[in-house]
Write a protein that binds this ligand. Structure first.
Ligand SMILES: Nc1ncnc2c1ncn2[C@@H]1O[C@H](COP(=O)(O)OP(=O)(O)OP(=O)(O)O)[C@@H](O)[C@H]1O
Ligand SMILES: [Mg+2]
Length: 327
């Protein structure tokens, strides 16, 4: 049976077919629909509609914080994605979902239902944290503490792993989206300038991710109501990113307090592994190691580590190693 491996991110869904090595696909996790009615568009097409829909039409994300926010919308999206990869209408795949360590029985059930109703013949789950570590090529099966921090769109997930399992973990409801919202607020309060989260995100990537000193953005002047261009300096939007770094640093500190001294000393030697789209934020890369006094390694392909790990996890040899450890 064909196996499709999924990382359902709140901003982006990443998928690969088992064994297809480098063929990973990703799709914006957005669905456009008539309020409570027909689905109009999914994925890339729906993303283009974000902030541009007429009255009565909504473009929404069906996943958030590692769970399913809307079964109906999530199902439409997943059906379309499976449909695109299907070789025949009759060949129903097995779907493997990477599930966060903090996921509840309800989250699990929601994903199970979702996959079944979208046409999966079978549904299986994999530990998201283990997939991340495998994708990062970390020594997952060793009796060694490995600290992985994933800064996504809707949340930051921190996992300390050893012997293939999460030993302690923490989830922070702050990540990339928090910065987009803070930028929207700041532009409104400081400059009377109205922009949508999508524009704020482009500004964030440019100034805080790529390190440009300034950038011009277009929005609506709150006083005149007319379109307006504004040049923004990096320093003007850096404060929320520094705050995010400080919150992540104290969450890591709290988490290490709960871990055994042996695991903490492993982390002191090996440092932190940073992944997720938010790991591209230069402010995090600079402030986290400073705040914690720990070395840091940044994932060069943070969009792919989970599906890459899922692919390795479904490899029979790796799975047997995990089973032997009872994970
Ligand atoms: N170059 C960049 N600079 C700064 N931030 C970036 C950059 N590229 C992506 N991001 C941010 O990374 C976040 C998305 O990360 P990711 O794709 O890991 O999230 P996700 O897996 O969809 O969501 P989650 O894991 O929270 O459910 C977004 O907030 C996005 O703006
Ligand atoms: Mg993610």
């Amino acid at each position: 049976m064909r196996r499709l491996l999924f990382d359902f991110g709140s901003e982006t869904i990443r998928m690969t077919a088992e064994g297809s090595k480098n063929r990973k696909t990703s799709e914006p996790a957005v669905v456009a629909h008539h309020d409570g009615g027909n689905i109009i568009a999914v994925g890339v097409e729906a993303q283009r509609m974000l902030g541009r829909t007429p009255h009565g039409l909504l473009a929404e994300r069906p996943f958030a914080g590692g769970g399913v926010r809307s079964q109906r919308l999530a199902q439409a999206l997943l059906k379309a994605l499976i449909g695109r990869t299907a070789r025949s209408r009759w060949q129903r795949p097995e779907i493997v979902v990477a599930l966060a360590s903090g996921a509840t029985a309800l989250d699990r059930r929601a994903f199970w239902l979702l996959a079944r109703e979208a046409g999966a013949a079978r549904v299986a789950f994999a530990q998201l944290a283990a997939c991340r570590a495998l994708g990062l090529e970390l020594p997952l099966f060793e009796p060694r503490g490995t600290l992985v921090v994933d800064v996504g769109a809707s949340r930051t997930q921190i996992d300390l792993l050893s012997l293939g399992r999460t030993v302690v973990s923490a989830t922070l409801p702050e990540a990339g989206d928090t910065l987009d919202e803070a930028i929207v607020r700041r532009l409104r309060e400081e400059y009377n300038m109205m922009v949508g989260p999508a524009t704020a995100q482009v500004l964030k990537h440019d100034l805080l991710g790529n390190g440009s000193a300034d950038a011009v953005l277009h929005g609506r002047d709150l006083v005149s109501g007319l379109p307006r261009a504004l040049r923004v300096q990096r320093a003007e939007i850096e404060a929320p990113a520094r705050q995010l770094a400080a919150h992540i640093a104290s969450a890591i500190q709290e988490l290490l307090r709960e871990a055994s001294p042996e695991l903490v000393s492993d982390v002191a030697e090996d440092g932190i592994y940073l992944t997720g789209g938010g790991s591209r934020l230069l402010t995090l890369r600079k402030h986290l190691p400073d705040a914690l006094g720990l070395p840091m390694h940044c994932d060069e392909t943070p969009d792919e580590s989970i599906v890459r790990g899922l692919d390795r996890l479904t490899d029979r040899r790796v799975r047997e190693q995990l089973l032997r450890r009872g994970a």
